[in-house]
Ligand binder design. Structure first.
Ligand SMILES: Cc1cc2nc3c(=O)[nH]c(=O)nc-3n(C[C@H](O)[C@H](O)[C@H](O)COP(=O)(O)OP(=O)(O)OC[C@H]3O[C@@H](n4cnc5c(N)ncnc54)[C@H](O)[C@@H]3O)c2cc1C
Length: 442
């Protein structure tokens, strides 16, 4: 093999920026062609995985020593992800998703029928008919935002805000931007047998299936194994290395400016002085060095890519990268069960259950819920404005490393508050007991 290899200088020198899922995957595929590519992978922080990482937990209290922060799980159709796990000897565990939507009089679930669903039986039937019409005229409805679609078919605000929007927000993670999501997504979510989370839509309960999902293995171990694997294939992985600027791009290649960041104890190096809108001016004296590559692959967020390309970016690149809108959300990892009881429906409550929907007996679902209702995902609508959402995971019910019986007051939750700038006044974030906050991530 070695004799067939082109000399090092004939290979394209590729710089991959960002060692999250995208950058690792890119480096992996390039590394499969060592005769063509000489790959360098950099990341500003001191670990691989990007947004997908694990944090330590107090095992005595919570029953396990680690938690996947933020990124919890995905769909069974994530074939590429599963393949990458398997290659490194890891696997994702199957789980059937149980969701708790809303609270008190606007509570409903995909697990059992509640008063809210009984109250909206006419609209639920109409919703099913609307899906058929949207499917017939998909081209027409494709780009119409969900908020307009719901008005066109005369749905009530309560049904739109408490049933429809949360169903979509959950699947897409679109949070408070969900009203703007194209109608075709809502339609496919309920009609697609392959990726429709709420397929088939139920004419009595809207969503009565338990979507088969997977929960991910310990990210920090998986990405560390993957990093070692890439290095064994010749990829030069350089962590705590930030690309500050693309200085030149032309037919001769790219010239980039890099700085070395000082690693922190938790590997999440704070932003450097080159990243704007930061309070801290970390490492303002770091020396930029210049490096030359044949190709550059940016596997970073769109706004970061726009900033670092800025001196060399074309008009089209600026337009495309600038069109991605980011909101200032915060994820609070905590174990404040009182907060959860106050703001969400966590348990089976016979007072909220209905025995029939439109005269159809619901005993089987009710009995199942009585025995095994354990919500993993919560979405709540704020009382002051029900079109605005707060999302939450019960990680103890969701992630498979937790033992089955952990008392509720020791469960670990992640509450996601959305759009500080616009909706921060609605956030009850200060109600989480300070001593029970494990971590906050913007
Ligand atoms: C709270 C939350 C929950 C989520 N939950 C799920 C879930 O349950 N299931 C799911 O499938 N997806 C989930 N996602 C989405 C998922 O995390 C992302 O789609 C995925 O991790 C993105 O990977 P990426 O490689 O594109 O980017 P990232 O993971 O963001 O990686 C980009 C990397 O680039 C580095 N970088 C940035 N700028 C520079 C620079 N100038 N120089 C060098 N390095 C740089 C960063 O440090 C980072 O490591 C969630 C996301 C969030 C925020």
């Amino acid at each position: 093999m070695a004799t067939n290899r082109r000399s090092k200088s004939e290979r394209k020198r590729v710089l991959v920026v960002g060692a999250g899922a995208a950058g690792m995957s890119c480096a992996h595929h390039l590394a499969n062609h060592p005769d063509k590519f000489d790959v360098t992978l950099i990341d500003a922080v001191d670990y691989c995985g990007g947004q997908a990482f694990s944090i330590p937990l107090d095992k005595e209290r919570h029953g396990t020593s680690w938690l996947n922060q933020g990124v919890q799980g995905g769909s069974c159709i994530f074939h590429h992800t599963m393949t990458m796990f398997a290659r490194q000897g890891y696997h994702a565990d199957p789980v059937k998703l149980q969701v708790s939507f809303g609270k008190d009089d606007v509570f409903w679930s995909n697990v059992f029928p509640t008063q809210l669903l009984a109250r909206h039986q006419m609209e639920i039937k109409r919703f099913k008919r609307m899906l058929t019409i949207v499917r017939w005229f998909e081209l027409f409805f494709a780009l119409i935002p969900i908020k307009i679609l719901m008005k066109m078919f005369f749905f009530s605000d309560e049904f739109t805000n408490t049933v429809v929007l949360p169903m979509v927000a959950l699947f897409l993670g679109t949070g408070n931007a969900t009203p703007e999501v194209p109608s075709i997504i809502l339609e496919r979510l309920c009609t697609s047998p392959t990726y429709g989370m709420w397929y088939p839509a139920d004419k009595l309960s809207v969503a009565s299936n338990l979507p088969p999902m997977v929960v991910f293995p310990k990210f920090s171990d998986f990405y560390e194994s993957w990093r070692e694997d890439l290095e064994s294939k010749g990829v030069n992985v350089r962590l705590s290395t930030e690309l500050t600027k693309v200085a030149k791009r032309d037919k001769d290649g790219v010239i980039v400016k890099l700085i070395k960041r000082t690693p922190t104890s938790d590997a999440h190096n704070p932003n450097s002085a080159w990243v704007p809108q930061e309070d801290g001016n970390v490492e303002p004296n770091a020396q930029e060095v210049e490096e030359h590559y044949d190709e550059l692959v940016l596997c970073v967020l769109a706004d970061t890519a726009k900033r670092i390309l800025q001196p060399t970016a074309s008009f089209r690149e600026k337009r495309v990268l600038g069109s991605a809108k980011f909101s200032d959300d915060i994820t609070v990892t905590h174990w404040d069960s009182d907060y959860m009881k106050k703001h969400y429906e966590n348990f089976y409550n016979p007072e909220q259950v209905v025995a029939t929907l439109s005269g159809v007996d619901q005993t089987t679902r009710v009995q199942m819920a009585q025995k095994s209702f354990k919500p993993m995902y919560y979405i709540k609508m704020y009382d002051q404005d029900r079109s605005k959402l707060e999302m939450c995971f019960d990680c103890t019910n969701y992630q498979s490393q937790f033992p089955p019986e952990v008392s509720f007051d020791k469960h670990v939750f992640q509450t996601i508050y959305l759009n500080k700038h616009r909706d921060g006044h609605l956030w009850p974030i200060d109600e989480i007991e300070e001593s029970k906050i494990i971590r906050k991530d913007w």
